[in-house]
Design a protein around this ligand. Structure first.
Ligand SMILES: [Zn+2]
Length: 305
């Protein structure tokens, strides 16, 4: 394991690295580095320009060549805002992700510039005596990430993917094959993942969360369940998710159960998913405000207030 300022880098297969973020340091979303042999690929670029620079530097150090291929798993800031550091590379996403980014990325940066008070608003929440330990952890993490973003706000240049696919793209490197796949909208409008079939490694972006509440409000929970079912049909052992440590098949199953649990209980209006508390099996997961956001979203989706 190599420890950086923004990530810990784990070699999960020969020439395959998971970049797992340090919480609150600014990057927010995990990333990956894959040595394809004749080319180096970086999977997701995080929310932070300095973190993306670290990713780029470490990719070169570990593989001996500059990253020439970059993948954006989906349109969320914590996976794409570092794109500009890789402006010389080919940046790949789905067509849908690129078209959503083209609208949302400049709009987000304008919005953030117009609201310089935002980090202080988060800081003020720390004085709330009713915060749980989990709640406090989350506010401190958000504060760290938001202050980092605010400090670099003038530097951001919206940088869009330059090569798009609809359903899949296979990249044949001299050392291994990487398959980029999407089964549609799950966690966002379009979620792509990368499958290394010879290595049985899956970079899933935010299709799975490990030890963090998966946010559902920007996607399609019902399709998410179907899509994770299809992903589980693939042969893989190692999973790198957008949030959380390096995982395995059981973590993809866990995310599927979480989303299923929300849908079933929202549909049946059972007491298991409710505003009184997080179910016991998810209580040690990070990001508890996401649980309540999911609750609100699904109640709206199923016609409850
Ligand atoms: Zn996301």
């Amino acid at each position: 394991m190599e420890r950086g300022t923004y990530f810990d880098f784990y070699e999960v297969g020969t020439g395959i690295y998971a970049a797992i973020v340090h919480d609150g340091a600014g990057a927010l979303g995990n990333a990956g580095i894959v040595d394809l042999g004749d080319r180096t690929l970086v999977f997701d670029t995080t929310q932070s320009i300095p973190a993306a620079q670290e990713l780029k530097n470490v990719a070169k150090k570990l593989t001996g060549q500059e990253a020439s291929l970059v993948v954006n798993s989906h349109r969320h800031n914590d996976h794409v805002l570092g794109n500009q550091v890789f402006a010389d590379a080919t940046i790949i996403s789905t067509e849908v992700t690129r078209s959503v980014m083209a609208n949302r990325l400049p709009a987000f940066l304008e919005f953030a510039k117009a609201h310089p008070e935002y980090p202080n608003q988060i800081r003020n929440r720390l004085s709330d005596a009713s915060l749980s330990d989990q709640g406090r952890w989350e506010v401190e993490r958000d504060l760290g990430d938001t202050e980092h973003l605010a400090a670099h706000l003038p530097e951001y240049v919206p940088t869009l993917p330059t090569l798009c696919f609809e359903n899949q793209m296979h990249i044949y490197g001299s050392a291994r094959e990487a398959q980029l796949l999407t089964y549609g909208s799950a966690h966002s409008a379009s979620d792509a993942f990368m499958y290394l079939p010879e290595d049985k490694v899956l970079f899933v972006g935010d299709l799975a969360f490990i030890g963090y509440h998966p946010s559902m409000a920007d996607g399609n929970p019902e399709l998410w369940v179907t899509i994770l079912g299809r992903i589980l049909e693939l042969e893989f052992d190692t999973v790198i998710a957008g949030h959380g440590p390096v995982g395995n098949r059981s973590h993809v199953e866990q995310t599927k159960h979480y989303v299923e649990h929300f849908i079933e209980t929202a549909r049946s209006n059972s007491e298991t998913v409710n505003a009184d508390g997080i179910p016991i099996e998810y209580r040690d997961w990070r990001g508890e405000s996401v649980y309540f956001g999911n609750l609100k979203f699904l109640n709206g989706r199923y016609g409850r207030s």
